[in-house]
Design a protein around this ligand. Structure first.
Ligand SMILES: [Zn+2]
Ligand SMILES: [Zn+2]
Length: 247
């Protein structure tokens, strides 16, 4: 995706790409460290533990993997949709999630730009779901790869041909669909919460087909975080959840 967006970018970045990438990828690294410290063995090992100890719903049902794996992946995708909605709805969580939204530009690196606290909370939610459901380890592996891949895909700075976008959007979240979620218009930010499948927004009434100002006119980022000191500096991003105002 990074190669694609460097050869055929959809928009030009308003801030230095080097500085943005340094901050965004530093957050990726810090998030990975936090996740390792929390669950050193990774989510897959938690799923194996649940399986071996007959913990969770699936272990009490005799269902074939052909059924339990796709259903678990679907359930996890739905769970992440609702977690994302919650991060927008609850002010305390929004303080953390706005680190992702303060990015004044969108590219593949934005798809992985989350505050380490958001990574930790999301991991805790996923771990609870793994233990409650006793999700097959294969489902966890597929879901984690899918979630990261689709996040990198739908944040990338590219524009698909309109017909292809419409076709893909029937099933998955495209760049144009997720760009609406990064609009500075609040009604648009509070829509299109899906990360992977587009069905959840349509099912739960949060889908917006097109932004008020059309795709090219969408102002990305957050109005109150308009300078590189507030939306790109790593220290500002790390402190963002603890500050009421940008500075
Ligand atoms: Zn969001
Ligand atoms: Zn996003």
């Amino acid at each position: 995706m990074m190669l694609w967006e460097s050869f055929k970018p959809n928009r030009l970045s308003p801030v230095s790409t080097g500085k943005r990438w340094l901050s965004n990828f530093s957050l990726v690294l810090l998030g990975a460290v936090v996740a390792r410290l929390m669950v050193p063995t990774g989510l897959a090992a938690v799923a194996i533990y649940a399986q071996n100890n007959q913990i969770g719903l699936w272990s009490h049902l005799s269902v074939s993997l052909w059924l339990s794996v796709p259903i678990s992946v679907l359930l996890f995708d739905c769970l992440i949709y609702w977690q994302h909605r919650l991060f927008h709805r609850v002010p305390m969580f929004w303080r953390i999630h706005r680190v992702h939204h303060a990015d004044p530009h969108l590219d593949a690196s934005t798809g992985l730009r989350f505050h380490p606290i958001e990574i930790a909370l999301s991991l805790a939610v996923k771990m609870a779901a793994v233990l409650l459901l006793g999700v097959p380890v294969l489902a966890i592996l597929i879901f984690e790869v899918l979630l990261n891949a689709s996040s990198i895909f739908n944040h990338s700075n590219i524009k698909l041909p309109i017909k292809l976008d419409k076709l893909l959007r029937m099933f998955i979240v495209t760049q144009a669909m997720h760009r609406i979620h990064h609009s500075q218009v609040v009604r648009e930010t509070d829509s299109n919460f899906g990360f992977n499948l587009s069905i959840w927004d349509k099912l739960f009434g949060s889908y917006i087909d097109e932004a008020k100002d059309s795709d090219a006119g969408i102002k990305l980022g957050l109005k109150e975080y308009s300078s590189p000191q507030t939306n790109t500096s790593l220290m500002a991003l790390l402190l963002m959840p603890f500050r009421k105002k940008p500075n």
